[in-house]
Structures are given as structure tokens and as C-alpha cells.
Design a protein around this ligand. Structure first.
Ligand code: GLN
Length: 307
């Protein structure tokens, strides 16, 4: 299949949709994004990469980071992790507090903010230090993306903290229910930093390879998680990766995927490739508007949906 030709077609067909939707503006750093920016990368299991648009321009990965911290925690804690966080779709927005109250502080899944905070808390518990935790998250990202200079944008991290009252509320509520081991503020700080990591579509598509290949990076030949764990991460991405629009994403795109409010979406074609698309304006659910359409075009043209 001629992947470059397919991407070029998508690039043409996506043009009318660029700029539609709304760039995240809950912090000034994200509001500065150019609504017309767009990029898409495919990286196959043998390392061949295909791109359109601004594939070397880094952006804020935001909630895409939740896939990586969940992977790390699953490796550390295995099934025990599910005592603290579930794997069911929430049907609620990413930052909702409501469900957490009536479900007694156990978040539905690791990809809503509540669940991601519990996962980050579990990492801090493992490393026993917030800064060592962050360094290990960054090192994991450097390793799976084959890029040594992955870092956080400190201005974004600071801004997340300046405005992150809802995340603090979530962390405090979880703490009150006894499902957070560390100080809530420390957990929110570390979570805000992981959200403030910057990567481009090439690096993020490469980072999906181990999930497309049963837990093993096919290029570095390194096993990160077991095939069963990789199956679980992909399943949770499919069911929960787009919050209360996860059903719609499965319906239209049909791949495990995870979005972030920076406008990025990663997706996995099991046995074939990692994908990342980026377009900052979001739909009403906080997922990239044009990015979702680009992925739907991709699975329609290639037949590469898992269904
Ligand atoms: N930093 C954002 C938050 O916690 C991430 C949310 C997202 O990307 N959906 O609110």
C-alpha cells in the first residue's frame, strides 16, 4: 500500500476542516496555538515513517501522557493496579468530579483525569520521589520515541498549576477516599508536568510501536510490557481514550486511540503501525476536531480499522 499517497490525499481532503473547532484556552500557553497547524505521521513496525504537514513541530502532549504513565504503572503493579483504578468507560468529561464522589474515589479508568492522578500517585509511590518520577517518565518517553531530547515546557506546567483547581479538587477528593498515597498537591504537580511534555507527531507515532507490536519495540527489540498488558492498554484506549466521545471514536475510526487537549491524537494499528495526528482546535468533547476526521479518512481508505 502506498502510505504516502494516502496521506497526501488526506492532506487535501482535510484542508476545509482545518481551523474548525476551538483551541483549548483554559491556559494561555495552549490558547496561543495556531488553529491552522496540522501534521500526521505513520510509523510502520519496520521503522518506515510517512508524514504530512508540520511533523517536526512539537506540541503539548497533554492527556496522551496518560497512556505512558498507565503503561509504566501496569508494568510495576500488574493486576494490583486495578484495585485502585477501573477499566470501564466513564461516559463523563475528562475532568468530571461527579462520578468520583458516588463511586467512592475509585476512578472509572486511567484516562480520565481522576484515574491519571491515581496512576501518577502510584508512580510516585514506586520511585519514592516526585522528581525521580518525572525523570523516569521522561526517560521512558525518550526510550519509546527514540529521541533523547524529550522535555517538558515549564511555562505550560506552571500555567497548568496556576489554573488547575479542578485537578486539585479531584486529587483532594481521591485522597479523602483513601486512594492517594502521596500529598495531593505533589501528585497534581507531577501530573501537570507530564501533561506539559512536548513532542511531535513523528515522535508520538514511534512511541506507539510497542503497543502495535504486543509490548515489544520492533526496532530496538526491547520488551516494555507483556503481550497481555499491551492488549489491555489498547483495549482501554479503545474504550476510554476519548472520554465521553470514545464510542464515537470507535464508531468512526475503529482504532485504539488517545487524545490530548493540545490537539494531538495517537492511534495504534495492531501488527502494523503507530499513528499520530495533530490539529489544535478541539470538538465539544476536548478531542481534536480535524484530527479525528483525518483518522477516519485513514481507516476508510486503508481498511485498517480493527473491526
Ligand atoms: N492538562 C489537562 C488537564 O488536566 C489535560 C486534559 C486533556 O488533555 N484532556 O485538564
Amino acid at each position: 500500500m502506498d502510505y504516502q499517497k494516502i496521506l497526501n490525499e488526506i492532506y487535501k481532503e482535510i484542508k476545509p476542516f482545518l481551523g474548525k473547532g476551538k483551541v483549548a484556552d483554559y491556559i494561555p500557553e495552549l490558547a496561543k496555538a495556531n488553529p491552522k497547524d496540522f501534521a500526521m505521521s505513520l510509523v510502520t513496525l519496520d521503522g518506515d515513517a510517512y508524514h504530512i504537514g508540520l511533523y517536526q513541530k512539537r506540541f503539548s502532549i497533554q492527556s496522551i501522557s496518560k497512556v505512558f504513565t498507565f503503561t509504566m504503572a501496569l508494568k510495576m503493579y500488574s493486576e494490583k493496579l486495578y484495585e485502585r483504578v477501573g477499566v470501564e468507560p466513564s461516559g463523563t468529561p475528562f475532568n468530571s468530579l461527579v462520578q468520583l464522589e458516588y463511586e467512592h474515589g475509585k476512578p472509572r479508568n486511567p484516562f480520565i483525569n481522576a484515574g491519571a492522578l491515581v496512576v501518577t500517585d502510584s508512580l510516585i509511590g514506586y520511585y519514592q520521589d516526585e522528581f525521580i518520577t518525572l525523570e523516569n517518565i521522561l526517560n521512558f518517553l525518550r526510550s519509546i520515541s527514540h529521541t533523547s531530547d524529550i522535555n517538558i515546557n515549564p511555562a505550560v506546567a506552571k500555567s497548568e498549576m496556576d489554573h488547575g483547581y479542578r485537578n486539585r479538587a479531584l486529587a483532594n477528593l481521591i485522597k479523602d477516599f483513601g486512594n492517594l498515597d502521596n500529598d495531593p498537591l505533589t501528585v497534581v504537580k507531577t501530573y501537570s508536568k507530564q501533561c506539559a511534555v512536548e513532542m511531535n507527531t513523528w515522535e508520538l507515532a514511534t512511541s506507539m510501536l510497542f503497543l502495535a507490536n504486543r509490548g515489544v519495540d520492533p526496532i530496538a527489540k526491547r520488551e516494555y510490557i507483556t503481550p497481555t498488558q499491551a492488549k489491555r492498554v489498547n483495549a482501554v484506549m479503545l474504550m476510554c481514550g476519548h472520554y465521553d466521545a470514545s464510542g464515537e471514536f470507535a464508531f468512526h475510526v475503529g482504532l485504539p486511540g488517545k487524545s490530548g487537549v493540545g490537539g494531538g491524537i495517537v492511534a495504534v494499528v495492531p501488527g502494523k503501525m503507530g499513528i499520530c495526528v495533530w490539529s489544535p482546535p478541539l470538538n465539544e468533547y476536548g478531542n481534536s476536531y480535524a484530527g479525528t476526521i483525518a483518522l477516519e479518512l485513514f481507516t476508510s481508505k486503508t481498511g485498517f480499522s480493527i473491526f
